[in-house]
Design a protein around this ligand. Structure first.
Ligand code: PEP
Ligand code: MG
Length: 585
């Protein structure tokens, strides 16, 4: 039995067999294919070889451009091998005659070549052997690259073990085949974690070396409540966890039963509870959890789960579907927040050195107006079907806000010229998630219809802590006095200019922050749908004066630790039954 500690990012306790993804070279799937599968298996092999060759060709050209002809020659050897008929004929023959799957046939043949080179026992051939290892990984990576295909072959649902998953890999996981996620890398508000929560998959990230300590097929207990993995747990440990899981489930049931009650404080103040979604289908979860609408639709996820960008028509259909599912309730559609950890690096020939400070979000859209306009047209066309608001992400200068609004005005003009209808009264707002915007909130408020505070990024940029990096996860805290200061400033500015303000970072769904946020003046919170009932429960048990007092007190501390402890203690005090042992469930 072995314990591995990580960061709990999505609650739930489950137990199952491990499957590694993203490590093609170590875990080659082995199976006998049916005779009828031979052709498709050969096609799969050819496609993988072709993709690997394309990639190598690009690498060779780039190396030649940047470093000269000599170092580029190495790729010539790789490309030559990929076209070596003798090698490929054996691989094809094994698939055709022995019904071996493509991965296994490739791995066996490359391995035999590696062994031949190694046996020569001199440095030059050792280097060649390493080149073949490299090439084998590339081809296997192409064959198995689709996490989906490996997972699709699973016979029983499994625990995904990976060094790191991208948000798109996570979003593409088949919920029927996967019961939990554990990764070496990652942090609390990384997008992978957010998606895991949205999918309701227990997840522990930042485990550092889980991929080394857990083998394919190991039995693993994943405790997404407290962030622990137990490899090969014994009976006593399993029994203890079963009891805890049942207790957690009971608590969720009790709270769930209250999901349809009104989110009003004891003295009658209503706090609107909205849901954050990535896909229209999640509207159902928002409604089932008693949400009042959608406060954040992360539309970039439409781009992340597919290879071709969606066109105007498809986007229109997706937005319309979300709007119609909400049946008259409000929805805030955020324009594409691509970049940083999402999408653009893979699409870029030259990855950015510092993508979180690079061409992301609204900057990316302003730099690619056809892409931006396509989305704005689709949103505006969908706006006739219900109460829509448009929100721009990561605005850091007033110029960006003005430019984005100007482009939107152009789009509306073009739609009118095309004879297409839209709601001319759509309100236009922005995320406040960069310190420059939070500090200058008064100025932005005078040109915005509403604000939504994005604490996930605000924390990252204010404290200079990568939100997805496990090594600095201990420094990432929304309970920092600097963050409270900025949030307060934004709320004050919004009030002064008479515009709406809400908060849609992960803390909106964290019951420990509910009283503080209400006490600071927020009346709208947008969160992961599954958290709505818990936050609602807190709201229904407090009164405004208490929250305001608590917020003042929290504001008097000089560092995050005492603030965090104070918030936790206060939550436990008002509702020991629900939150006595609260640990994120
Ligand atoms: C945020 O930054 O707080 C936010 C809600 O946006 P995202 O998590 O999509 O970056
Ligand atoms: Mg953000």
């Amino acid at each position: 039995m072995e314990l591995i500690k990580g960061i709990p990012v999505s609650p739930g306790i489950v137990f199952g067999r491990a499957i590694h993804v993203g490590e093609a070279e170590r875990h080659v799937p082995q199976r006998t294919i049916a005779a009828g599968e031979v052709d498709s298996e050969l096609r799969r092999l050819d496609k993988a070889l072709e993709e690997a060759a394309d990639e190598l060709g690009q690498l060779r050209d780039r190396t030649e451009r940047e470093l000269g002809a000599e170092p580029a020659k190495i790729f010539g050897f790789h490309l030559g091998l990929l076209r070596d008929r003798a090698l490929l004929d054996i691989i094809r023959g094994r698939i055709r005659d022995e019904l071996v799957n493509a991965e296994q046939a490739v791995a066996d043949q490359f391995q035999s070549l590696i062994n031949q080179f190694r046996k020569m026992g001199n440095v030059v051939f050792e280097q060649k052997a390493n080149d073949v290892v490299d090439l084998e990984r590339r081809v296997l990576g192409k064959l198995m690259g689709e996490t989906k295909s490996r997972i699709a072959q699973l016979k029983e649902p499994a625990v995904i073990i990976a060094h790191e998953l991208t948000p798109s890999q996570t979003a593409g996981l088949d919920r029927a085949k996967v019961i939990a996620i554990a990764t070496d890398a990652g942090g609390q508000t990384g997008h992978t974690s957010i998606v895991a929560r949205a999918l309701g998959l227990p997840a522990v990230v930042g485990c550092q070396d889980a991929t080394e300590r857990i083998d394919d097929g190991d039995l693993v207990l994943v405790d997404g409540d407290s962030g622990v993995l137990v490899v090969a747990p014994d009976e006593a440990m399993l029994a203890e966890y079963r009891t805890r899981a049942e207790r957690g489930a009971r608590r969720r049931r009790v709270v769930q039963e209250e999901a349809s009650l009104d989110p009003v404080t004891r003295d009658g103040t209503r706090i609107a509870m909205l849901g954050n979604i990535e896909f229209p289908e999640e509207v159902e979860a928002v409604l089932a959890n008693g949400g009042d609408g959608v406060g954040l639709f992360r539309t970039e996820f439409l781009y992340l789960t597919r290879s071709e960008p969606p066109d105007e028509e498809e986007q229109y259909r997706v937005y319309r579907r979300a709007i119609e599912l909400l049946a008259g309730r409000p929805i805030t559609i955020r324009t594409l927040d691509l970049g940083a950890d999402k999408y653009t690096q893979e699409a870029m020939e030259e990855p950015e050195r510092n993508p979180f400070l690079g061409l992301r979000s609204i900057r990316y859209c302003l730099a690619d107006q056809p892409l931006f306009k396509t989305q704005l047209r689709a949103i505006m066309r969908a706006s006739v079907h219900g109460p829509v608001k448009i929100m721009f992400p990561l605005v850091s200068t007033l110029m960006e806000l003005r430019q984005a609004k100007m482009i939107l005005a152009d789009v509306c003009e073009e739609l009118a010229e095309d004879g297409l209808t839209f709601d001319a009264g759509v309100r236009i707002g922005m995320m406040v998630e960069v310190p420059s915007a939070a500090l200058m909130a008064r100025v932005f408020a005078s040109e915005s219809d509403f604000f939504s505070i994005g604490t996930n990024d605000l924390v990252q940029y204010t404290l200079a802590v990568d939100r997805g990096n496990e090594r600095v996860a201990g420094l990432y805290s929304a309970a920092s006095p600097a963050i409270l200061h900025l949030v307060k400033n934004v709320i004050r500015a919004a009030r002064h200019e008479g515009i709406e303000v809400s908060l849609c970072g992960e803390i909106a769904g964290d019951p420990e922050f509910t009283m503080l946020l209400v006490g600071m003046g927020l009346r709208t919170l947008s969160m992961v749908p599954a958290q709505i009932p818990l936050v609602k429960r807190v709201v229904r048990q407090v009164n405004l004066e208490h929250c305001e007092r608590l917020a003042r007190r929290a504001g008097s501390f000089d560092s995050e630790r005492p603030i965090q402890t104070f918030l936790r203690d206060e939550l436990r005090r008002i509702d020991p039954e629900t939150f006595g042992a609260y640990n994120g469930v």
